[in-house]
Ligand binder design. Structure first.
Ligand code: HEM
Length: 133
């Protein structure tokens, strides 16, 4: 038995691992694909969302504290640099957050986890902005 203190469960564990991360990502892109309020960010994406879906799953798996799939496959995420080809302002940030907040609710994440992840997602989404307002 290890005598080191047990580490607190990660968001990945608290939400139920791969199955829930996959459901979250599927729901997120379904909402992006269908909500009229998300049409500006939908337009920035390829017609076929399956590549983006797989990459976001790989990324979130590690970012939430689970297996570091994205880093193993593609190296350091450099997320801000990778988003530079797309014009992202407050409107795009807010559309992304709308889809993610609704996806978290729709897959039934515990309310406390939704609140924590909202803050954490918001920091990343806000950091992606690359347009003067
Ligand atoms: C702020 C608004 C955002 C917009 C408008 C946006 C848009 C995009 C677009 C257009 C792509 C390319 C998808 C493709 O290959 O077809 C992309 C890729 C990606 N996005 Fe975002 N994104 C945003 C925020 C975020 C946030 C907050 C995260 C993480 C929490 C994220 C994670 C990723 C990842 C991991 C990729 C794949 C990068 C790669 O390896 O090519 N994005 N995003």
């Amino acid at each position: 038995m290890s005598d080191s203190p047990a580490s607190p469960p990660t968001p990945y564990e608290r939400m139920g691992g791969d199955e829930t991360v996959r459901a979250l990502v599927d729901r997120f892109y379904h909402l992006m694909d269908t909500l009229p309020e998300a049409r500006d960010i939908r337009r920035l994406h390829a017609e076929d969302l399956s590549g983006a879906r797989d990459k976001l799953f790989d990324f979130l798996s590690g970012w939430l504290g689970g297996p570091q799939r994205y880093v193993e496959k593609y190296g350091h995420p450099r997320l801000r640099a990778r988003h530079m080809p797309f014009p992202i302002g407050t409107r795009e940030r807010d559309q992304w957050m709308l889809c993610m907040d609704r996806a978290m609710r729709d897959v039934g994440l515990p309310a406390s986890l939704q609140r924590e992840l909202h803050q954490a997602f918001y920091r990343v989404a806000d950091f992606m902005r690359n347009q003067p307002e």
